[in-house]
Every structure is written in structure tokens, then in C-alpha cells.
Design a protein around this ligand. Structure first.
Ligand SMILES: O=C(O)CCC(=O)C(=O)O
Length: 336
């Protein structure tokens, strides 16, 4: 087990020399929030733990709001949609497919009996709340779209030119039954051409070896190509579609050496997740919940094309929101 020991420096302005080999230029920039070591570590490992991104008070406020949403949700009118993650039974009913611009509740598989009855209180039966918390709920919006620290991080990382935020969720990982999330990479689920997904995952409670902390295969973002995408079928439901993969990519795929590293976290810690890095979380067998808030960013046109087959589609009423202030475009882009 490994806990990241990077202490984040929130102070201003370290000089950064960025060399982007594919564009053959060098630029000197001022860092606003991240350190160069953190940026390098992100590119080496494909993920980065940033301790104390949110204060304990901010994390508590999101945790309490999540619990309030669970208290308020109406189980009687709920269609009993479970959040399933396997390749063969991934969630895909209308309640899920139309949740991109709503706040909806997805149940743990083991919380619903075959007759559709919950076998525990509704607050302990929900696997996740999604997918527009960052747009609709003022507290989550403040942390996501109205957060200067987040904008500084986005400027420093330069992963995107013109990022938009999408698909926010509170993952509750309930005690005893919180479902395993099998190995995956996020660009499979939020595909752009080229792939540009970046996950922001914030612990709202202590995440440990027994309550389903995330674990990562460091460096796998450089060798695991996106070979399939999760699509909304024209006939209804969802499926995985194979993507064309070159011989060179095929040869590299699965070539990542090393072992998964478990990243334990404290409330307020942020984990940045490259869209191609392999990661997973085990079933929560402990007596404690493991609430986390997560959202994603992708680049927008003309820098990347959002896939029209993705299950999640922007609507006229709720287009994907830009993260940087109007007119601001990151001048440098890192190699994905
Ligand atoms: O929170 C978890 O257990 C899994 C999260 C995850 O894999 C993701 O957000 O991509």
C-alpha cells in the first residue's frame, strides 16, 4: 500500500519551462497552483494525488449535502435502476440515459431483492448520485465550475486547451455491499477524438484498503490504448463498440509492467486521473461508507471532437459548461 506524500503548494508563481516535443517549442510560464514535480508525476504515472485540495469544511459540506439528497430522494417513484459496471451488463435504461442533465440515484446491485424491494434503508442502498450535480446543485457547482483553485490547476496542467466539465457523480460505496469497479480507463466512457478525458475524483471520507480506495496501474496511460467505447445504441440501451487499433498499439497494449498501487486518501484529497490510465476499486467490505465526488473534463472543438455515440450527450438546455473564463484558451497543450 502506498499513500501519496506530495504536499501541495498553493502559493503563487513558480517559473516553469515546458518543452513539448511534438510541437518543438519551449515556453516559460508561471505556475499558479501545482508544482512542476506534480505535473511531471502526473505525466509519468497517469494520475496524481493532491492532498488537501478541499478543506475539511468543504469536504464535509459536500458530504452533508450528499446525505441530504439521499434523505430527500423518492424511492417510491424510482424505477430500481442499479449501477452495474460489468462488460456484459452495463447500466443502460432510460432512467440512466436521460440522467445527464438531472440529479438521479442509482442503486447498489446487492441492495435490491429479485422482487424489486430494497433490503435496507434507501440511504444505504444507493451506489451513486449523478450526473449533473455540478450544474444543478449550488454546492457542487461552486467546487466545480466556480472554483478559482480548480481553474489554476487546469491552467498549470495544460492538459486541455478549452476544457468543458461533464458527468459529475457522488459515489457512495456503501458499507458491506459497495460494488467493485473493475479495471477500466475513463476515455472508454467519455470518448473524444483524440481522447482527452481527465477525471477529478475528490475523497469526501477516509478511503482505505478495506472500504474500496482507488488503485492505479502507474504508467498504463502510455501503453493502454483506448480499444473500445461505451455507446448509446440507436435502438435503446448501451453497449461497447470496438475501435480501430493499429498493430503497433495492439503490440503495446497490456505491456505495462508493475503492480496496482492503492491510493488511500483523506477527505478533501483530489486524485487527477488521465483518461487512459487503468484504475479500479474493490468492493467495500468494511462497516464504513466511502463517499467521493467525481467529475470529468474533455477538450472541446476544434481541439477535440465529442463522440456523438457517447451515452452522455449535451442537451440544448444544458450544454457542457466551459471551465475557463470566457475567451481564455490554454496556450500550451500537453501530449495526451
Ligand atoms: O470511486 C470509485 O470507486 C471508482 C471511480 C472511477 O473509477 C472513476 O471515476 O473512473
Amino acid at each position: 500500500m502506498k499513500t501519496s506524500s506530495i504536499i501541495n503548494r498553493a502559493g503563487p508563481c513558480t517559473a516553469l519551462t515546458l518543452r513539448n516535443t511534438s510541437f518543438s517549442w519551449t515556453a516559460t510560464m508561471a505556475l499558479e497552483y501545482l508544482t512542476q514535480e506534480q505535473i511531471d508525476k502526473f505525466h509519468t504515472d497517469g494520475y496524481l494525488v493532491i492532498t488537501g485540495f478541499l478543506s475539511q469544511e468543504q469536504a464535509d459540506a459536500l458530504l452533508n449535502r450528499s446525505k441530504q439528497l439521499l434523505d430527500e430522494f423518492d424511492i417510491d417513484s424510482h424505477p430500481r435502476t442499479k449501477f452495474t459496471t460489468g462488460d456484459d451488463n452495463h447500466v443502460g435504461d432510460d432512467y440512466f440515459l436521460s440522467s445527464g442533465d438531472k440529479i438521479r440515484f442509482f442503486l447498489e446491485e446487492d441492495a435490491v431483492d429479485p422482487d424489486g424491494k430494497l433490503n435496507r434503508p434507501k440511504q444505504k442502498a444507493v451506489n451513486k448520485i449523478g450526473h449533473a450535480l455540478h450544474e444543478l446543485d449550488p454546492l457542487f457547482r461552486k467546487i466545480t465550475l466556480e472554483n478559482d483553485r480548480l481553474k489554476s490547476l487546469v491552467r498549470d496542467l495544460k492538459f486541455h486547451r478549452d476544457p468543458v466539465a461533464l458527468q459529475s457523480m457522488v459515489i457512495t460505496k456503501q458499507q458491506q455491499i459497495g460494488g467493485e469497479v473493475p479495471e477500466h480507463n475513463d476515455s472508454t466512457f467519455l470518448y473524444t477524438n483524440p481522447p482527452t478525458a481527465l477525471g477529478f475524483w475528490i475523497a469526501l471520507e477516509h478511503c482505505t484498503a478495506t472500504n474500496g480506495a482507488l488503485s492505479f496501474l502507474p504508467g498504463s496511460h502510455r501503453t493502454s490504448h483506448i480499444t473500445k467505447r461505451f455507446i448509446r445504441l440507436p435502438t435503446g440501451g448501451t453497449d461497447f463498440e470496438e475501435l480501430p487499433v493499429s498493430e503497433e498499439e495492439k503490440a503495446l497494449n497490456g505491456d505495462t509492467k508493475g503492480e496496482y498501487i492503492l491510493e488511500t486518501c483523506k477527505p478533501g484529497d483530489l486524485v487527477l486521473i488521465h483518461g487512459s490510465v487503468l484504475h479500479k476499486s474493490e468492493r467495500n467490505t468494511s462497516p464504513n461508507t466511502r463517499f467521493a465526488y467525481t467529475f470529468h473534463m474533455v477538450d472541446s472543438p476544434p481541439y477535440a471532437e465529442y463522440d456523438t455515440k457517447n451515452w452522455l450527450q449535451p442537451t440544448a438546455e444544458m450544454p457542457f459548461s466551459r471551465v475557463l473564463p470566457p475567451g481564455e484558451i490554454n496556450k500550451v497543450v500537453s501530449v495526451h
